[in-house]
Design a protein around this ligand. Structure first.
Ligand code: KG4
Ligand code: ZN
Length: 355
């Protein structure tokens, strides 16, 4: 079997259409993204049917664009990777159908990629890249997980959210403060102007052992505090209150994540921490984690902010790793709305090994 070098990656699991070309020899060759934020903004959240239709419109032009940017023709593509889940079923199907058809037409192999594995491996696109093994904190709109990563496909989930994901909590809290969709970045920006001493929010589940998280209570707490203090306020005083609540919320979330990461590195003894997913773009989280992990002697790795949120590069890259190791997905699209990260196996796993 000839070694695979150039892989086309397609991401369409939610509200971003991402396409990229990754080369095992030369690294990332090109990537392009279309965000659907403007399309969904008036509805205050992602409308699945609109998302699917927009992916259909954007996918082929984005494939053309990355090929142009890389100065390559379709004939140069040696493998195709696509996000097969978890995500919105209709949205996943659009990318999967395109990727599968392209692979079939070109006579090259295709591989179904787990969206969270894409996020988890994204820091490997940067220099310096982390070596295995490492601890991973995955924080996105749909997931919050601490994962012990021993190698490609060797993932042990140490803790996860029992209710809302961190990104989801950011988005819901932003919405109740009137910040619109998607709220995470807007809430983070507003928190910068807030007074950190005015409110102190709880740090959920940090007073008991374990590595699970819970964020839905924090959102309710923010709403209660905001409603109580907003009574009779308007103008600049109300704006100030919004910023102070945003600040207290963000500090509570960041502190909670830092406490659990510290606990996880101490319990696992893993020497490196990788942070990925949309919320990994959060500046306060990065600053606090850097500080806390330096004290533990643990090196922290992040993707560049553009590769924290959904993108095609992470799928092309994760897909290249699996294709280069000999993995091939069958002809079925294999799309799954729900798919646990720890169901993944290393490439070439025959079912007879343990772990
Ligand atoms: O990984 P991602 O793009 O999509 C999912 O796989 O879910 O993550 C999106 C999430 C959203 O909830 C968004 O509000 C959040 O990441 N997010 C942020 C920031 N940037 C994106 N949350 C806090 N601070 C940010 N700077
Ligand atoms: Zn994502």
């Amino acid at each position: 079997m000839a070694a695979i070098d150039i892989v086309l990656g397609v991401e369409s699991s939610c509200d971003e259409t991402g396409v990229a070309l990754y080369s095992g020899r030369r690294g990332l060759l090109a990537h392009a993204l279309h965000s659907q934020v403007a399309l969904h903004a008036e509805y205050g959240g992602v409308v699945p049917e609109l998302a699917s239709r927009d992916h259909v419109r954007r996918l082929v032009p984005l494939v053309r664009r990355v090929l142009d940017d890389a100065g390559l023709s379709l004939a140069a593509v040696e493998g195709v990777a696509y996000t097969a889940g978890p995500g919105l079923m209709g949205a996943l199907l659009t990318g999967a159908a395109l990727a599968r058809s392209l692979a079939l037409g070109l006579g090259v192999p295709a591989v179904a990629v787990h969206h969270m594995e894409g996020h988890l491996l994204a820091p490997l696109l940067e220099t310096p890249a982390p070596d295995f093994p490492f601890l991973a904190l995955l924080v996105s709109g749909g997931h919050t997980m601490l994962v012990a990563v021993e190698g490609l496909g060797r993932y042990r989930v140490l803790g996860e959210s029992i209710d809302d994901a961190v990104g989801e909590a950011f988005d819901k809290t932003a919405k109740l403060l009137g910040l619109g969709y998607p709220g995470g970045p807007a809430l983070a920006a507003l928190a910068e102007q807030g007074d950190s001493g005015r409110f102190h929010f709880p740090r959920p589940m940090t007073d008991r052992p374990g590595l699970d998280f819970s964020f839905s209570g924090l959102k309710t707490h923010a709403l209660t505090v905001f409603r109580r203090a907003a009574d009779g306020l308007s103008g600049p005083a109300l704006d100030r209150l919004r910023a102070d609540v945003a600040r207290a919320f963000e500090e509570a979330v960041v502190d909670t994540l830092v406490i659990k990461c510290r606990r996880a590195v101490r319990e696992s003894g893993l020497p490196r921490l990788v942070v990925a997913g949309g919320v990994a773009a959060n500046r306060r989280l990065r600053a606090r984690l850097d500080q806390a992990m330096a004290a533990e002697g643990v090196q922290v790795f992040y993707p560049r902010p553009a590769f924290c949120t959904d993108n095609g590069a992470m799928i092309a890259h994760a897909g290249w790793h699996r294709l280069a190791a000999g993995e091939r997905s069958g002809l079925a699209l294999g799309v799954k709305a729900r798919w646990r990260l720890d169901e993944l196996k290393p490439p070439g796993w025959s079912g007879s090994q343990s772990g």
